[in-house]
Design a protein around this ligand. Structure first.
Ligand code: SAM
Length: 616
C-alpha cells in the first residue's frame, strides 16, 4: 500500500503523502511542535515532570522522532515524555527504514525505532527508549477505538491523519469527543489542515480554535487549546511521582516492577525472603516464552498479546539474544487434539502479521522444527527460551534499586506518607522500612499481608524435566508445544514441562511428574519419542525442578492498586515470563500518574480490588 513518488512515501490506499514534498521534517516541526509550543513547554517542565503527547496517525514515525529530539534538546534531564499514537495500517520494516533514512538529522533516534519495529503486534505496544526517558505507546488499531480507551492524560495533540477529504474517519466528531475526554486541562492541539468542518468539529467538542500561518505553500493551519483552561500553560501531572517505593518479592514480577519504577527515577527497595533473587517460581534453569491466545478479543487475550510484544522488546533491552541466557528459536503450538485444532483455526483466521504468528501444516512444522512432527499448528517465529534468574538479575541491575535479600516481611502498615513494611532479616533481627508506594509480588504467599489475605490465589505446583539429548534430538531447532513443551537441547539437555498440581505447595521432585512430562513427547513426535528412547530412560536419575506458581480464577492476574499506595502484581500463573514485564510497567505508570500501557478495559480487568469486593 506504500508507493514512492519523487523518493517520498505516498499512500496508495489514501492517495496522499505522509508529509510535505517540500520538506517533511520542517513541516512537522512547524505544524506540530511549534503549533503546540512544545519547545517552551518542554523547557519549563520542572525536574522530574512528565509530558504526554497524543497523535492520530503514526505513519513513518517522523513526528515521534522529531518530538523526541526536541525533548532531548530542551527538557530537564530527569523529565520524561510519553508519546501515544494510533496507526491502523503500520508500515512494514523495509518501508519504515527507507522512509526514515530521508532524515539524517534523526538518524540515531530512527535507528532505535526501526530496531524495535519488528516487535510490533496488533493492539497496544509500549516501548521505552533512552533508558526510559521516552515511552512510546503505539496502538495498532482504528483511531476511534484506540482513543476511547485512554484516560485524560494528554497534554498536546497532533492531528495528522491524511487529508480530511481522503481520510474522513480520522476527523469524525466521535474522534474529537474522545480526544477531549483523553485530554488534561490545558491540553492543546495542532494540525496542518484548516478544513472548515474540522474546525467546527473541534470547537463543538470543546476546543478553542484559531488559525495560524501554515507551512510552505499552505496558507493556514489550525491550533488551539481546551476551552475553560488557561491557554498554553504547562500542565501538571495528575499525581506527583513518589520518590520511594518498596517491592516485595524478587521473582520476575517483582524485578520487573522494580525495574520499571527505577527507570522512572523512583528509589526502590527490593525485598526477597530467599538469600538470592529468582529463588522460587522464577528460578527454573530455563523457561519458555509461551503465548497462548484465544480467538476472542476479551481483556485476557488483549493483555496476553500486549504482554508478549512488550516482553520481546523488554528482553531485547535487558537480555539480548546470545544463545546462552536467551534464544529466539521460535515456538510451534501443535494442533494435537480436536479442541486445540479448533482454537488454532479460529485464531489463525483472525489474520495476523506473519512476524507474529501463522498457521503451518505438519510438513512445514516439521521442516521448521528440524524433526518430524505429528501435527501442524501455529508458528510463533519470535518465541524462544530464556534463563529466568538471569532476567531477574538484569532487571534488578539498576543503581536506583537496593536489594534486600534474606528479609522476611511480616506485616504492612498504612502510615501518613505511604506504607511501612516490617519484618525480620536473616539474623532474626527486626527491621522495617517505609515508602510512598509498596508493590507486592510474592506469588501465592500473601497471607501475612492483611489487606490482601483474602485474594483468591491458588498455589499450582509445576515440575520440569531435563532429558538428555540424543544425536537425533539435537536436530530439534524450535520449541514444540502440545499440552506440555519440549525445548531444543542446550548443554546436552532438553527441558520439558510442565506439570500442573493445583493446591500443591510441595517442591520435591517426583518421578510421576517426570513420567507425565515425557508422555507428551509421543503427542508431539512419535519419531522423536523413539529416538530419545524415552521408554528406557532411568526416571529416577532425571534432573528437573519443581516450584509453585500462583493462579487466579479466570487466569487474569491481579495487577494494579489495591488500596491507596499499595499495589499488587500477583497471579501470573504459568505466563509470568510473558506478563510480568508489562504488569510492572503498568504499575509504575499508575504509581507515577502517567499514561497506562494498556487500554482502560484491560486495566480495569486486571485491578486486584475486583477480587476483594466480590469475596465480601
Ligand atoms: N504522523 C505521521 C508521520 O510522522 O509520519 C504521518 C501520518 S500519515 C499523514 C496518516 C496516517 O494515518 C497513516 O499512516 C494512515 O495509515 C493512518 N490512518 C488512516 N486512517 C486511520 C484510521 N482509521 N485509524 C488509524 N490510523 C489511520
Amino acid at each position: 500500500m506504500l508507493d514512492w513518488q519523487d523518493r517520498q512515501p505516498f499512500s496508495r490506499r489514501f492517495g496522499d503523502v505522509y508529509f510535505s514534498r517540500d520538506s517533511g521534517l520542517a513541516e512537522k516541526r512547524h505544524v506540530f511542535l511549534q503549533g503546540n509550543r512544545l519547545a517552551e513547554r518542554f523547557a519549563s517542565l520542572s525536574s522530574a515532570d512528565g509530558f504526554t503527547i497524543g497523535e492520530t496517525g503514526f505513519g513513518t514515525g517522523l513526528n515521534f522522532l522529531c518530538t523526541w529530539q526536541l525533548f532531548d534538546e530542551v527538557a530537564p534531564f530527569k523529565g520524561s515524555l510519553d508519546f501515544f499514537s494510533v496507526e491502523k495500517y503500520p508500515l512494514d520494516e523495509r518501508d519504515l527504514t527507507d522512509a526514515l533514512a530521508l532524515w539524517p538529522a534523526l538518524h540515531r533516534y530512527a535507528d532505535d525505532l526501526t530496531r524495535r519495529w519488528r516487535r510490533r503486534i496488533p493492539g497496544w505496544n509500549r516501548w521505552s527508549f533512552a533508558g526510559g526517558r521516552i515511552r512510546l505507546t503505539l496502538v495498532i488499531s482504528d483511531v476511534a477505538e484506540a482513543l476511547s480507551e485512554i484516560p485524560g492524560v494528554i497534554d498536546a495533540w497532533f492531528f495528522d491523519g491524511f487529508s480530511p477529504a481522503r481520510n474522513p474517519e480520522m476527523w469524525t466528531q466521535a474522534v474529537f469527543e474522545s480526544v477531549v475526554q483523553a485530554s488534561r486541562p490545558g491540553a492543546t492541539f495542532a494540525t496542518y489542515t484548516c478544513a472548515g468542518w474540522v474546525r467546527r468539529g473541534l470547537e463543538q467538542a470543546g476546543f478553542q480554535v484559531s488559525k495560524s500561518p501554515g507551512f510552505g505553500r499552505k496558507r493556514e493551519m489550525l491550533r488551539g487549546c481546551l476551552r475553560n483552561s488557561p491557554p498554553m500553560q504547562p500542565t501538571q501531572p495528575i499525581r506527583s511521582a513518589p520518590i520511594t517505593a518498596i517491592v516485595i518479592g524478587g521473582g520476575v514480577a517483582g524485578c520487573a516492577a522494580a525495574s520499571a519504577l527505577a527507570m522512572r527515577g523512583v528509589s526502590v527497595t527490593l525485598i526477597e525472603l530467599a538469600p538470592a533473587l529468582a529463588a522460587t517460581a522464577s528460578g527454573n534453569p530455563r523457561g519458555i516464552l509461551h503465548t497462548r491466545l484465544s480467538a476472542g478479543m476479551n481483556p485476557l487475550h488483549r493483555f496476553v498479546l500486549a504482554s508478549y510484544g512488550h516482553a520481546l522488546a523488554l528482553l531485547d533491552e535487558k537480555l539480548p539474544i546470545d544463545g546462552i541466557a536467551r534464544d529466539e528459536c521460535g515456538e510451534l503450538q501443535l494442533a494435537f487434539s480436536t479442541e486445540e485444532a479448533r482454537r488454532i483455526d479460529k485464531l489463525a483466521a483472525l489474520g495476523w502479521p506473519p512476524h507474529v504468528l501463522r498457521r503451518v501444516d505438519a510438513a512445514e512444522a516439521s521442516s521448521l522444527a528440524g524433526i518430524e512432527l505429528a501435527h501442524g499448528g501455529l508458528w510463533f517465529p519470535a518465541g524462544g527460551w530464556l534463563v529466568p534468574p538471569q532476567l531477574c538479575g538484569a532487571l534488578a541491575a539498576n543503581p536506583a534499586i537496593v536489594r534486600r535479600t534474606g528479609h522476611r516481611v511480616e506485616s504492612l502498615v498504612a502510615v501518613d506518607a505511604g506504607w511501612r513494611v516490617e519484618g525480620e532479616d536473616q539474623h532474626e533481627q527486626a527491621w522495617s522500612c517505609e515508602a510512598q508506594a509498596v508493590v507486592v509480588c510474592t506469588g501465592y504467599q500473601v497471607k501475612p499481608f492483611a489487606p490482601m489475605a483474602s485474594l483468591p490465589l491458588t498455589p499450582v505446583r509445576g515440575q520440569i524435566t531435563m532429558v538428555p539429548a540424543t544425536p537425533q534430538s539435537e536436530n530439534l531447532r524450535t520449541i514444540v508445544c502440545a499440552g506440555g513443551y519440549l525445548a531444543p537441547s542446550a548443554a546436552g539437555l532438553h527441558v520439558m514441562g510442565a506439570t500442573h498440581g493445583f493446591n500443591d505447595e510441595s517442591v520435591e521432585l517426583r518421578a510421576s511428574d517426570h513420567v507425565e512430562n515425557l508422555s507428551r513427547l509421543a503427542e508431539m513426535s512419535p519419531a522423536l519419542a523413539k529416538a530419545m528412547n524415552i521408554d528406557s530412560l532411568n526416571i529416577a536419575q532425571l534432573g528437573g525442578r519443581a516450584s509453585v506458581r500462583a493462579s487466579v480464577p479466570g487466569a487474569m492476574p491481579l495487577v494494579g492498586e489495591l488500596l491507596p499506595g499499595l499495589y499488587t502484581s500477583l497471579g501470573h500463573g504459568t505466563r509470568g515470563l510473558i506478563t510480568a514485564g508489562l504488569s510492572g510497567e503498568s504499575i509504575a505508570a499508575a504509581v507515577c500518574g502517567q499514561l497506562p500501557p494498556l487500554p482502560s478495559a484491560v486495566v480495569s480487568a486486571l485491578a486486584p480490588a475486583r477480587k476483594l469486593t466480590r469475596r465480601k
